[in-house]
Design a protein around this ligand. Structure first.
Ligand SMILES: [Zn+2]
Ligand SMILES: [Zn+2]
Length: 149
């Protein structure tokens, strides 16, 4: 029952943004929701879903993701500089990239500009703020200092 409820929730979300809740869209969205902290690429989503939906193509995945992006359901992060990582994020947040293991973490910091969309810089109106942090994550730091179990 729990899964149906979740699917219903995602279905309602798609409909509220004017997107037809097709099976493929729902499956891609469900994957993003469940793997939120991994921030997958389109290729990762495709590789993961091909087993469940043999008819899915990489083009379908790209088209689905761009429809979600356009409607503001997901966001795209270019933190690594070489690839686009997708994020199902109802609330804007900042990211930390570990340069050692490549994992992307969500970080909750209080941004001085916050969500105040009335802010302007040199007369330009701010709609989105993307903050990236890079370094060595806590897991990799622990391994390095020999704390690994
Ligand atoms: Zn790491
Ligand atoms: Zn994120």
């Amino acid at each position: 029952m729990k899964m149906i409820t979740n699917m219903e929730k995602l279905k309602t979300l798609l409909e509220s943004r004017g997107l037809k809740p097709t099976f493929q869209r729902l499956t891609v969205l469900e994957y993003l929701e469940k793997h939120e902290c991994h921030h997958p690429t389109a290729e990762m989503i495709y590789e993961a879903l091909i087993a469940r939906i043999p008819t899915i193509s990489i083009t379908t995945v790209y088209n689905t993701l761009s429809a979600f992006l356009e409607k503001g359901i997901i966001s795209a992060e270019t933190i690594t500089g070489t690839e686009v990582r997708y994020d199902f994020a109802p609330v804007p947040h900042h990211h930390f990239l570990c340069t050692k293991c490549g994992k992307i973490y969500d970080v909750k910091i209080k941004c001085p500009l916050g969500n105040d969309m009335k802010n302007t810089i040199d007369g330009h109106h701010i709609h989105e703020i993307h903050g990236y942090f890079k370094g060595i994550c806590r897991e990799c730091s622990n391994k390095k200092s020999g704390k690994q179990k």
